[in-house]
Design a binder for this molecule. Sequence first.
Ligand code: C5P
Length: 219
Amino acid sequence: FQPKYLEGKRVLITAGPTFEAIDAVRGLTNRSSGRMGLAMAQAALEAGTRVTLICGPICLPLPAVHKFVQVVSAEEMLAAVKNEVDNSDIFISVAAVADYRPAEYHASKLKKKEQNITLTLVPNPDIVRYVASLPNPPFCVGFAAETDNIEQYAAEKRSRKKLPLIVANHATEAIGADASTLMLLDEEGTHHLPKVDKSVQARLVMAHIAHLYDNRKNN
Ligand code: C5P
C-alpha cells in the first residue's frame, strides 16, 4: 500500500539517455538504462499524480503514465519539456542528458578514412537549469551521477541549478544497475537512502518530494 501523497498533482519526468547524431548511422550517447526514471514515474503514479514522461531511447517496458513523449536528442527533450512544463506542478529531471552534441550533422554516412579525424562538440542546453530559472517554476528535482566527491559535487549542482532537491548516486554503481546507494540533498542537508531496489528507492524519493512540496516556502 502506498499513500496517495500527491493526489491530483501533475508531475513531469525526463528519463533515459539522449542520443546525439553524428551522421545517418552514428551518434554519441551514454549508458543510462532509463530504469531510475521509469521507477520514479511508477512511484509518482502510486502517489496519485498525473504523470507525463519524456524519454530518450530506452529498451524497457513503460509504466502506464498519462502521457508519453519519445525523444532522441537533448534539443528534442528540451522542446518537449517546454511544451509540457506549464502544466506541471513538479519536474523530476532523471534523464542523463548528453552534455555535448556534434557541431555538425551529416545526413549521409561519413566515409571511413585512414587517418585520425576530429569531431567538434558543442554544449547542449541544460534542461533542468532552464526549468528552474523560469519565473514561476514547478518544484524541480535533479539527479546527479558522480564517480568521485559525490556529495560535494551534487551540493554544488543543487545550488548552481537552483534546485530545492537533488538526488545523488554513484555513477558506475547506478548506471544500468538495479540498486545503488542514493543521497538526497536539500536545504536541510544530506539524507542517505538504503541500498535497496530502485523501485523501493523511487518510492522513498517520492515520499521525500511530497514532504518538501507540502512544506515549500511559497505554498
Ligand atoms: O550537470 P549534470 O549533468 O551532472 O546534472 C545532472 C542533472 O541535470 C540531472 O537532473 C539531469 O537530468 C539534468 N541535466 C539537464 N540537462 C543537461 C544536463 C543535465 O537537465 N543538459
